[in-house]
Design a protein around this ligand. Structure first.
Ligand code: ZN
Length: 241
């Protein structure tokens, strides 16, 4: 792969030109910088665009290199992905259609993905990652809502609003207004861990702190909470796609 030299920074570089691309754009990923441009864009136009965005590229590239610790997974048929303590098998099928779709087949724990056959290589992997994330978020919303409703009834509390969040370091939060946020990535954890997270946030409706009274309340509904907390601490960073 060619590379782009910006000052002291050397970055793998890819250029894509296509009639289907309407305007010139730059994308910085943990692996490379990619410029996409309409088919007839000249070399000098591309160079000018890169020069104009030079600082932005360096900044983003550096940031990604520092924070990217997650290994890039390859999604293909037979690969397993975690879901509420289970492992789903991916089945990826080419379709002549333009839409990408995911279908969960509960009976054999398969996530079937139909993907436009024209998507290949890295584009294909990106599309797969996106659809899997979208599917996780949909499922997370449903599962969390069920659990919130179930546990809030059992605990005799009521929350205000629920929002699905994506946070780097937090699994959930509860505001003084009774709004509960939960991180969609938790949907990849075992079910008792999910229950613990929900019970934890709902307990904040009684105690807004992490006092001993708070933990007593958590323990009433989730006696093994310490175990689940440890699980999240040790394995939580691996719940990425
Ligand atoms: Zn808390």
């Amino acid at each position: 792969m060619p590379s782009l030299k910006l000052g002291n920074t050397v970055i793998p570089y890819e250029e894509r030109r296509s009639r289907r691309i309407k305007r010139i754009s730059i994308r910085v990923t943990p692996e490379k910088v990619r410029v996409s441009a309409p088919a007839r864009t000249s070399k000098s136009e591309i160079q000018a665009f890169i020069d104009k965005n030079r600082d932005w590229i360096i900044q983003n590239w550096t940031k990604l290199q520092e924070t990217m610790v997650k290994p890039q997974r390859v999604y293909e048929t037979g690969e397993k992905i975690p879901f509420v303590g289970k492992e789903l098998t991916l089945e990826i099928m080419d379709t002549p259609q333009k839409m990408i779709r995911a279908l969960y087949k509960k009976e054999n724990e398969v996530l079937e993905i139909k993907i436009p056959q024209e998507l290949q290589g890295e584009q294909r992997q990106e599309a797969l990652r996106e659809i899997i994330e979208k599917w996780y978020k949909q499922k997370a919303r449903t599962v969390f809502l069920q659990k919130l409703n179930n546990w809030s009834q059992q605990m005799g509390v009521s929350y205000n609003q629920f929002r699905l969040k994506e946070q780097k370091t937090r699994w959930g939060s509860c505001s003084s207004l009774g709004n509960i946020n939960l991180n969609w990535r938790a949907i990849m954890a075992p079910e008792p861990v999910l229950d613990y997270l929900v019970i934890h946030e709902l307990s904040h409706l009684r105690h807004m702190d992490h006092s001993s009274e708070f933990w007593e309340n958590v323990a009433c509904y989730c006696p093994e909470h310490a175990l689940h907390r440890r699980w999240l601490k040790e394995k939580g960073h691996g719940l990425v796609i």
